[in-house]
Structures are given as C-alpha cells and as structure tokens.
Design a protein around this ligand. Structure first.
Ligand SMILES: *[C@@H]1O[C@H](CO)[C@@H](O)[C@H](O)[C@H]1NC(C)=O
Ligand SMILES: *[C@@H]1O[C@H](CO)[C@@H](O)[C@H](O)[C@H]1NC(C)=O
Ligand SMILES: *[C@@H]1O[C@H](CO)[C@@H](O)[C@H](O)[C@H]1NC(C)=O
Ligand SMILES: *[C@@H]1O[C@H](CO)[C@@H](O)[C@H](O)[C@H]1NC(C)=O
Ligand SMILES: *[C@@H]1O[C@H](CO)[C@@H](O)[C@H](O)[C@H]1NC(C)=O
Ligand SMILES: *[C@@H]1O[C@H](CO)[C@@H](O)[C@H](O)[C@H]1NC(C)=O
Ligand SMILES: *[C@@H]1O[C@H](CO)[C@@H](O)[C@H](O)[C@H]1NC(C)=O
Ligand SMILES: *[C@@H]1O[C@H](CO)[C@@H](O)[C@H](O)[C@H]1NC(C)=O
Ligand SMILES: *[C@@H]1O[C@H](CO)[C@@H](O)[C@H](O)[C@H]1NC(C)=O
Ligand SMILES: *[C@@H]1O[C@H](CO)[C@@H](O)[C@H](O)[C@H]1NC(C)=O
Ligand SMILES: *[C@@H]1O[C@H](CO)[C@@H](O)[C@H](O)[C@H]1NC(C)=O
Ligand SMILES: *[C@H]1O[C@@H](CO)[C@H](O)[C@@H](O)[C@@H]1NC(C)=O
Length: 737
C-alpha cells in the first residue's frame, strides 16, 4: 500500500518533470475564468503556470467567476508582458465642517510584478492634493494638486481644476505603492459639490473627467484598470540565449520593458501565444481569410491575396501589373511609346526574319547552283569514273567552290598570275599551305562534258616530269576550275622575249628545253594510255621551274584521240603563229598539228624572235617564213640569235633549224612524228650533229609560207590588238562557219 503511493508520487513528479523541461503547460489547464482568458505563462494550477513560479499563479473564484492575482481582480493579460487588473480608488471624505469622516487608503503589493509606466496618477476633487509613493529597489514619490471654488465648466480636461493627473516615471521594478488624497486645510466651501477627494493610478487615458458627476461621487465607479508589467526570469535575451522559451515556436525574444527578464512575441505574420509550442502557439496568419482588421491583407480589388508563411502576396489579376511604388495593381495600358516600340521591334524582327530567310534562300540557291554546275560540268560522271574500274591511277581531287574561294583569297587581284585567252590563272594557297595554280578550264558546250572529264582523268594520270601536274578540279563553278602544281619561274616566252629573268638562255639550255618538250609531246602522242594532242603548243605554255626544266602546261585545248580514230574534226583552236595551217583549213586535227607548233617553238628558241612579228617585213611576219626566206637567201647567220652562236655549235644549230623546218611543213603527212623529232634532237645533244635528214632538206620551203595565209586572213585586220601574245594568246576560230 505504501509502496503503491510512493510509486504514484514518483510518476506524478516525473510527469511534472517532463512538463517543465519543455517549459510547456499541461494539456488540461484551465483556459478561462469568467470572461477572462487565461494565457500561459499564467495559470491557475501547478503545471499550468510557468516554471512553478508563483509569480504567474492566478486563482479563479468559481462562485463569482473572477480571476484573481492575489486579491486583485484580473481584466486580461497580454503576451507582451502586461497584466491588466482592476484597482479600487483611494478616497477621503469630509463633512461640512471639514472633518475627515471616511477614507480608504491603499498600500498595494504587486508580488513579483511591477508597476507599469503606462499608468498615470490622477486626483479628482477641489482644493485637494494627493501623493503617490512607490517602493522597490528605488523609492519614488509624486503628487498633484487640484484647486477650484466651483465645479469647472468644462469636462474632460484633467488639468488642475477639479482634476489633476500626471504621468508617472515610476522606477522600474516598483512592486508596491500607496496613494493618499487629502483636502487642503479649511477649504470647506466646496463640500456641497465635492464631499470626497479621490486618487487613483490608472492606465493612461482611460479616465475621462466628468466635472459635476465625478466631483460629487466617484465611488460609484470605484475601480480603474491598472497595468502591471511581468517578464520571465531576470536575464536578458542575450543572457538566456537558446534557453529562452521563445524561439522554438515561431516567436522571438525581447527584453522586458520593466528592466528585468524577457518576453516573447510572435514573428511577423504569426499569431498566437508566443510562449506555447503547441497549436495555440504562434501560427501563420492567413492574411487572406482572417477577420482581424490588424492582420487583414491590403490587396485591393484588381489584385488577389495569396497567403505565404509569415506574410502574403498581392497577385495582380491578369491584365494588371504591379506598380511597385505603392504596391498596387495598375491596368496594363500600352502607351504610345510602348506601341511605337513594339511596332519598331516587330518591324525589325520581321526585317531580320526576312533577311534570314533571304540569306537561307540565297545559300540554298548558291548550293543548288553549285550542284547544278557540278552536274553540268560532269561532276557526277567524274565521281562515278573515279570510283569505278579503269582509272586506277587517277588521282583527281575534287575541290569545292568554297575551298577555291578561300585559297585564292576570294579571287583577289593580287593573286592573278596571268591572264589570257585561256582565262585567268590564280595563285592559290591550299589549307595545307601548298601553292597551286588555279585555272579556268575552257569548255565549249555540254556535249563536250564527257570529253572534258576524260581529259581531266587522263591528264591527272600523266605523271611526267616535264608536264605540269593536274592535281584536281572544281566543278561547282560555271566555268570549271583546274588545279595544277605551281611552277615558279615563268614561261619560256618570258625567258626568250621578256627581260625579267636575268641572263638569256644558252644554246645548251635551249636545246635541252627543246628535247624535253619534244620528249613530252612524243610521250603524250604515243606513250600515254590514250593519245593526247596538246593543240596549243607555244612558248607561253612552256613553264620553267627553278632548274629551267621545261614543264608543258595548259592542256586546256588538248584533245584525246580515241584509239579507233586517227583524226578528229573539231573546232579549230590554237594560237596564231603556232597554228597548223592544214588543221586550220580542214579542221581535221591530228598529232601532226602539235608537230607544227613545236617546230615554231624550236624556231623561236633558235632565233629569239616571236612567232609573229609585225616589225618584220611583210613576207617574214611569220617566223616560219622568216627562217625559210633566210635559209633560201643563205643568210641563216643573220636570223639566228647571236647570243647562242659560237664557233662550236653551228652544226647543231643548222641541224636544229632543219628539224624545225621539217616540223613546219605544210602537209601534216610530210612532218615527222614527234617521236622521231625527239630522237633527232636528243641525238644532237649526244652525238653532235649527224645529218640524217639533210637529204630531205630544203624541202617544201614555199609550202612553209602557207602560214602567211592565216595571217592575212585575220592577223592584219586585228593587228591593233596584237600587242602581246598574252592578249590574244589564243584565238578561237570556228572552222566551218
Ligand atoms: C462577462 O461579459 C458579459 C458581456 O460582456 C457580461 O454581461 C458579464 O457580466 C461578464 N461576466 C463577468 C463575470 O464579468
Ligand atoms: C517571486 O519570484 C521568486 C522566484 O522568481 C519566487 O520564489 C517568489 O515566490 C515570487 N514571489 C511572489 C510573491 O510570487
Ligand atoms: C469567492 O467569492 C465569494 C464572494 O466574493 C466569497 O464569498 C468566497 O469566499 C470566494 N471564494 C474563494 C475560494 O475565495
Ligand atoms: C473594492 O471596492 C469594492 C466595492 O466598491 C469592495 O467590495 C472591495 O472589497 C474593495 N476591494 C478592496 C481590495 O478594497
Ligand atoms: C463633523 O464631524 C465632527 C467630528 O466627527 C463632528 O464633531 C461634527 O459635528 C460634524 N459636523 C457635522 C455638521 O455633522
Ligand atoms: C499616455 O497616453 C497619451 C495619449 O494616449 C500618450 O501621449 C502618452 O505618451 C501616454 N503616456 C504613457 C506614459 O504611456
Ligand atoms: C523605501 O521605503 C521603505 C519603507 O519606507 C524603506 O524601508 C526602504 O529602506 C526604502 N528604500 C530606499 C532605497 O530608500
Ligand atoms: C544552446 O546553445 C548552446 C551553445 O550556444 C548549444 O551547445 C546548445 O546545444 C543549444 N541548445 C539548444 C537546445 O539548442
Ligand atoms: C510555426 O509556424 C508554422 C507555420 O504556420 C507551423 O506549421 C508550425 O507548427 C509553427 N510552430 C510552432 C512551434 O507553433
Ligand atoms: C537586452 O538588454 C541588454 C542589456 O540591457 C542589451 O545588451 C541587449 O541588446 C538587449 N536585447 C534586446 C533584444 O533588446
Ligand atoms: C470571420 O467572420 C465570419 C462571419 O463574420 C465567420 O463565419 C468566420 O468563421 C470568421 N473567420 C475567422 C477566421 O474568424
Ligand atoms: C472637527 O471636529 C471638532 C470636534 O471634534 C474639532 O474640534 C475640530 O478641530 C475639527 N476640525 C477639523 C478641521 O479637524
């Protein structure tokens, strides 16, 4: 039995313990008494008020439904640290002779609570005074005097006539006070209207003086609200730190106004009892739905309220925008400036769009055009042929138009190496920094595409040291571009007739060059897989590299001869002065046309004279005729370039002249094969003059003069334009007009 009760007591203490650790009240605490709500930290029973501190202990008289703090009736309590109570007034009453007949003076003790400075001390009466004394760590006294012989005419004013009131700067922590009113001596005349003198402490501005009534009898009012201050503990917020009972629960600590301890308050946007951490603690205020005028949102009509923790947002309805200066919603109005701006932006966007589309279309068109040209120029065929069988050695690179443009710096003027009837030759620098010559190919009409592609393929397969190598082509341009290896030391024409290249060529060099060209043409005519006719052999088409090695260039006019055909009927192409007269007249092309042209080149090498020269006498304008007539008149010495003649080489020169004459015979059939010419010239360099052909010489000298016919037909009429070979380097003559 005894054990049992001990056990129960232990349980009780343990419960109390846990309660106290949290600093929170029990769940079953009385929450109101009469009309008064009891709020924590106050409570009416143990475990319901804070920390079992009797300072917060209240009692509720259930019979008359009054909540009492000691013996003082409580009006209400606020979490900010105020307890409002009713306090009886002090009074002193006199009879007509001025003797004190009745009085009530109070000495009020406030326990651990203290007098608030919100109270004011008021005295009501005529010719009266009263004093207030407070006691605490510091004692304090103040008083007020009211003088009047008759009731004051005006109500309300508590300014020394019938009523006197004063703010009290009571020392903080005053826990006891006394009020005592008294009549000034022998002032009996006021008895009729003011038998009693009243003095009381009351909350600032709760008393409104009614002169007649209040002077006569204030005891029927009797009580006034008094404000008391309370706080938790004796430490400041800093001192108590996280041990305060605020903080955990959406509330914050503040120093008590009474100078000791602290109080709690809800964070902004929260509402509730800041000392509680249960559902009665600080909870978010829904400003959007609350009935409280203090917390109600101020979002005005066009905006709608949106609650959030600790506050709310005013969201403008659609069609409105938030004006941040006064946080109100304004109808979205579009001023002229906005409209103008919008229009301009719209317009610009449109322009941009259009230009973009145009750009795209242009790009597409360019791409289409490139593709069209590519097909037109036989690109498809080339690709097919390259990938197919039969062209194992073909090494044709297909360049893009873009790449060509880049490598020539956009076909820049400074990159032009030469310009002529064959088109323009550009110096190009490929991405791998190799230098190439880029040349526009000549392509008559679409029917020749296959021919052209054939040529590209064949030429690309020629790997001869004396042929300018074709590296590739670009077919995406209207006029196909051919890419050749770059030979840097100019043309034979420049070396012979220009003064650009230092000392003139020696006989040995000239002979070697002639041998190289002859060998190359012989190779092209017979050795190459399909015979190739150059068709435009001339000194301007012989390039020299830095070692003065001849490189035959410009196969722009060249034609392949299919194996089964000995002769081709083509449009006559070539250069006046070098053009085979037979071919010119018949339009029948065969390899002997190249032999003729080569003969003229040899003559040029021998004489240092141009193939055509209008400064020479009429009959000798053409180099072939010039030499022929010199030969006939036995004055060969005069026409041979004196720079090459020496005592030892005259035989060779004569031999070379003979070869050239053979080559330039009017009838193609009578001309030797290129192979034979090459052998002959080579023989000259090795064996120094064996006159194998001398018996045939001088053959058809007169027939050699036929070339003049071409001249008189065209050359004379166009002599004004004949400044340099380059300008009219090639003349296209339609044979069968
Ligand atoms: C409670 O308040 C009502 C209305 O304000 C009042 O009529 C009633 O007398 C009050 N009761 C007590 C005990 O003060
Ligand atoms: C005043 O507070 C102290 C502790 O804070 C307490 O012990 C004491 O009983 C209180 N006095 C009254 C009259 O409540
Ligand atoms: C409650 O108040 C009544 C009337 O004022 C009084 O008679 C009674 O003793 C009081 N009760 C307590 C417990 O103080
Ligand atoms: C206050 O006055 C009322 C009547 O006016 C009286 O019943 C009560 O006892 C008084 N209280 C005190 C503490 O004097
Ligand atoms: C006033 O009070 C005094 C003393 O109590 C008394 O002697 C006197 O008669 C009273 N005067 C009147 C007019 O009642
Ligand atoms: C008393 O109230 C008046 C007006 O309400 C105010 O100006 C004054 O500061 C208050 N005094 C105190 C001590 O609160
Ligand atoms: C205040 O007054 C009381 C009572 O008259 C007295 O005992 C106390 O010593 C005084 N305190 C101070 C600080 O003067
Ligand atoms: C209070 O703060 C101290 C140090 O500032 C810390 O060690 C302790 O854990 C904190 N207590 C709580 C309940 O947050
Ligand atoms: C703090 O406020 C939030 C939001 O209202 C709420 O959910 C939470 O319960 C509150 N905390 C306490 C201890 O009251
Ligand atoms: C509380 O009071 C102390 C000392 O007077 C002061 O240092 C501190 O800043 C105050 N804290 C707050 C929150 O007012
Ligand atoms: C607000 O007031 C209305 C009626 O006045 C009531 O029905 C509603 O419950 C109240 N809401 C709150 C949150 O107090
Ligand atoms: C009123 O009472 C009489 C008799 O008791 C006294 O003699 C007076 O002195 C007294 N008057 C005052 C002002 O106290």
């Amino acid at each position: 039995m005894k054990m049992h009760s001990v056990f129960l007591v232990a349980i009780f203490f343990c419960l109390a313990c846990t309660e106290l650790v949290n600093g929170q009240p029990r769940n079953d605490c009385q929450t109101s008494c009469g009309n008064v709500t009891i709020e924590y930290p106050f409570g009416t029973s143990q475990g319901c008020y804070y920390a079992d501190d009797p300072s917060f202990s209240l009692t509720c008289n259930e019979t008359d439904q009054k909540l009492l703090f000691g013996n003082i009736e409580v009006i209400n309590m606020s979490p900010s640290g105020e307890l409002r109570v009713w306090k009886n007034i002090s009074y002193a009453c006199y009879n007509s002779t001025g003797n004190l007949t009745d009085y009530s003076y109070h000495t009020t003790t406030l326990g651990n609570l203290s007098l608030s400075r919100k109270n004011e001390f008021t005295i009501v009466g005529c010719n009266a005074y009263a004093y207030l004394s407070t006691f605490g760590t510091q004692n304090y006294s103040t008083g007020c005097i009211s003088a009047c012989d008759s009731p004051p005419a005006e109500n309300g004013g508590c300014n020394g006539a019938g009523c006197c009131s004063t703010d009290v700067s009571v020392p903080l922590g005053s826990r006891e006070y006394r009020t005592r009113p008294a009549r000034l001596a022998s002032m009996t005349s006021v008895y009729d209207f003011n038998p009693c003198i009243y003095a009381f402490l009351t909350e600032n501005s709760t008393f409104h003086f009614d002169a007649l009534e209040d002077l006569k009898n204030l005891r029927n009012v009797n009580k006034f609200p008094l404000v008391l201050d309370w706080s938790i503990g004796h430490q400041t917020c800093e001192q108590v730190g996280n041990r305060s009972i605020c903080g955990l629960n959406n509330s914050t600590c503040f120093n008590s106004t009474r100078g000791t301890g602290y109080n709690c308050k809800c964070l902004e946007g929260f509402e509730g009892n800041p000392y509680l951490s249960n559902e009665h603690g600080c909870q978010d205020i829904n400003e959007c739905t609350t009935n409280s005028t203090i917390y109600k949102h101020n979002c005005s009509d066009p905006s709608t309220c949106r609650n959030k923790v600790g506050g709310f947002d005013c969201k403008c309805k659609s069609g409105y925008r938030l004006d941040t200066t006064n946080m109100s919603c304004k109808r979205k109005d579009f001023g002229w400036a906005t409209i103008l701006l919008g229009t301009i932006i719209g317009f610009l966007s449109l322009l941009l769009l259009i230009s973009c589309v145009q750009q795209r279309m242009k790009q597409r068109k360019t791409a289409e055009l490139r593709q069209k040209f590519f097909q037109q120029n036989g690109g498809g065929m080339l690709v097919q042929r390259l990938s197919g069988p039969g062209t194992p050695n073909a090494n044709v690179k297909i360049f893009t138009e873009e790449g060509m443009k880049t490598s020539t710096n956009g076909y820049d003027q400074s990159r032009i190496l030469g310009q002529g009837g064959q088109g323009t030759v550009y110096k190009g620098i490929l991405p791998d920094n190799s230098i190439v010559a880029i040349k526009k190919a000549r392509l008559g009409d679409n029917s020749q595409v296959e021919q052209f592609i054939n040529e590209v393929l064949v030429l690309s397969q020629i790997n001869h040291r004396n042929v300018v190598k074709l590296l590739g082509c670009c077919l995406e341009t209207e006029v196909p571009l051919l890419v050749y290896e770059f030979i840097n030391s100019g043309t034979l024409f420049d070396h012979l007739h220009g003064s650009l290249f230092g000392p003139s060529l020696t006989w040995e060099q000239r002979l070697r060059i002639a041998v190289e060209i002859a060998g190359t043409l012989a190779y092209l005519h017979s050795s190459a897989s399909i015979p190739i006719i150059h068709r435009d052999v001339k000194t301007a088409n012989i390039l020299l590299d830095e070692n003065l090695t001849a490189k035959v260039a410009d196969f722009g006019a060249s034609r392949l001869i299919p194996m089964d055909k000995e002769q081709l009927t083509t449009m006559v192409q070539g250069t006046i002065g070098y053009l085979d007269p037979e071919y010119y007249h018949t339009g029948l092309l065969n390899e002997k046309s190249d032999v003729y042209s080569f003969g003229v080149v040899v003559m040029e090498l021998l004489t240092g004279q141009k193939a055509l020269c209008f400064e020479r006498p009429q009959q000798s304008k053409h180099l072939v005729n010039y030499i022929a007539s010199a030969m006939k008149e036995n004055r060969l010495h005069e026409v041979i370039d004196e720079k090459v003649i020496n005592e030892k080489n005259w035989k060779e020169i004569e031999e070379a002249v003979r070869v050239a004459m053979e080559c330039t015979r009017v009838t193609g059939e009578e001309r030797p094969l290129m192979k034979e010419v090459a052998a002959k010239l080579e023989g000259l360099t090795v064996t120094k003059a064996k006159h194998q052909w001398s018996d045939q010489y001088p053959g058809e000298v007169t027939e050699n003069l036929v070339g003049v016919g071409i001249l008189s037909e065209q050359g004379d009429t166009s002599s004004t334009g004949y400044d340099s070979i380059k300008n009219v380097a090639s003349m296209h003559v339609a044979a069968g007009r």
